[in-house]
Design a protein around this ligand. Structure first.
Ligand SMILES: *Cc1c(COP(=O)(O)O)cnc(C)c1O
Length: 495
């Protein structure tokens, strides 16, 4: 099976090549040439499987250059051996009648990025071996907070890899920053960039497309690869948990076979919600995709109007992992909705790069509106929803997840749609203690990592072990860079 670039369908790669390369040379994203379909009884077959077994079952048809025994070994290393603090790995919790929460933060860094970044290193190293690659992969990551730590943890001390993470200086939470600065590993680097997430992400994209830099690094025995959600090796493991959640709902008799389930996803780069769409392409009976944004509501506006316009004020919110104005994975969705027209995708992306704005055709807009609904909320509404879920349902959520619950509530009021809905929960509330405590009415917020114990004491909910243990770890100073100096930072890191 082949992967094509969204900007040039003539570029075809095997999975191992697409994963090793990350981004296509033409700037496009690798996307399966066709979507494998689940067989008629696949969901029944997976009902009683473990998460690891489901992962192999779902990923195998996309990765026909890998063997089942390879994938089984990867799944065991990624999701087995107590890497996750619950044996279900991605449990589904019922919040009320018809509302279910898919908790994706039980991994080593307490955010949903672990779901993909525990798997990606195995897929990548497996790919390098298949490609007989002799050079060392240098993984460059731009992070709005959670990806960085999850990637560092996934790649720590993995042979034939080095990893360098760029995060916006002052643009991530204190706990997120501490998680990155306490990372162990001989092959890692962490750099604070002046500017916001988009500056860091644009900087990384520039490095990827710099031919001269590529040659310099090749002479030193390195090549660039990506752990950002543009890499197919990150998107695919995310498809698994939607399939898995549906199987859980079937198994627990919350739904009937074939019954539609809506999905509501707190969205930034559009990777997570795109994976839900791909799960439906495979044959999982998912209904509407509800795209939830914070005050950086570029996607809400896009889905409602067909105009994508990043020329707007950037807000730092209490859901920082969604503080994004360029949603890279949207390109893959547009590719589908243009009927896979690489020329049309190229034209939109050129306008985005040039003017920061594009307007899709009427038919593309219509396709979005047939499949997606969208909404947003501000920080006050986010805090109010955290309080409401805690007071009324005894369910503690982080700000990102609360944004999704808010948008779902509005969607239901407006449409009357009572389809069972899966809300995707993307981070442990203990990653965002101060904001959660404030939302719960606490006036006196503790300093530093003491907030973790404070939130545990206030709610009686135990903090995840990796966060509870943070205060005892030694932290390192980050590298510092301006967006313009990122190239030099990379060269120093690899010297
Ligand atoms: C990354 C992240 C998101 C956004 O996910 P995308 O795949 O970028 O849309 C939402 N919430 C949290 C906590 C995240 O870390």
């Amino acid at each position: 099976m082949y992967y094509v670039s969204t900007r040039n369908k003539g570029t075809k790669k095997l999975a191992a090549e697409a994963i090793a390369q990350g981004l296509s040379r033409d700037g496009g994203l690798f996307t399966p040439e066709v979507f494998p379909k689940l067989s008629g009884n696949a969901l029944e077959t997976m009902r009683d499987m473990s998460y690891q077994q489901r992962a192999v079952y779902v990923m195998k048809p996309f990765l026909d250059d890998f063997t089942v025994s390879e994938l089984t070994a990867y799944a065991k290393r990624a999701y087995g051996d107590n890497k996750f603090d619950v044996k279900e790995v991605a449990p589904v919790r019922q919040v009320d009648d018809g509302t279910y929460c898919l908790e994706l933060w039980h991994g080593p860094t307490c955010a949903f990025k672990d779901m993909a970044l525990q798997m990606l290193p195995h897929l990548l190293v497996g790919s390098l071996t298949k490609n007989a690659e002799e050079k060392t992969a240098c993984i460059l990551v731009a992070t709005s907070g959670d990806t960085g730590k999850a990637a560092l943890e996934g790649f720590r001390d993995v042979d034939k890899t080095r990893i360098l993470v760029f995060y916006p200086h002052g643009g991530v939470s204190a706990i997120q920053e501490l998680q990155m600065l306490t990372q162990q590993g001989k092959n890692i680097g962490v750099c604070a960039v002046e500017g916001n997430f988009d500056d860091a992400q644009s900087g990384v994209k520039r490095l990827f497309s710099d031919e001269e830099l590529r040659e310099t690094l090749a002479e030193r025995g390195y090549f660039f690869s990506s752990a950002n959600s543009i890499n197919w090796g990150r998107v695919l493991p995310q498809v698994v948990y939607y399939v898995s959640a549906y199987c859980d709902l079937l198994r627990d008799e919350k739904i009937q076979p074939g019954q539609k389930v809506n999905v509501c996803v707190p969205t930034g780069n559009f990777g997570d919600i795109l994976a839900a769409f791909y799960a439906r392409e495979m044959g999982v009976p998912l209904g509407r995709f509800i795209c939830a944004s914070n005050q950086n509501k570029v996607l809400t506006d896009f889905i409602r109007t067909g105009i994508y316009d990043r020329n707007r004020t950037f807000y730092n919110t209490i859901s920082p992992s969604m503080d994004i104005l360029i949603s890279s994975n949207l390109e893959r969705m547009i590719f589908e909705f243009t009927g896979r027209s690489d020329a049309e995708v190229r034209s939109y992306m050129e306008q985005l790069a040039g003017q920061g704005r594009y307007e899709v055709s009427d038919s593309v807009r219509a396709r979005f509106q047939e499949n997606f609904s969208a909404g947003f909320c501000d920080d006050d509404q986010t805090r109010a929803m955290i309080a409401k879920l805690w007071n009324e349902k005894s369910y503690l959520t982080d700000p990102h997840t609360a944004v999704a619950f808010h948008v779902l509530e509005e969607y239901r009021e407006k449409t009357g749609d009572d389809t069972p809905t899966l809300v995707v929960s993307t981070a442990s509330p203990f990653k965002f203690c101060s904001d959660v405590l404030t939302a719960l009415g606490e006036q006196d917020i503790a300093q530093g990592t003491d907030v973790i114990a404070q939130l545990a004491a206030k709610t009686g909910v135990a903090a995840p072990a990796p966060l509870a243990g943070l205060e005892h770890l030694k932290s390192h100073a980050p590298l510092l860079s301006t967006p313009a100096d990122m190239e030099k930072t990379v060269l120093d890191f690899l010297s």
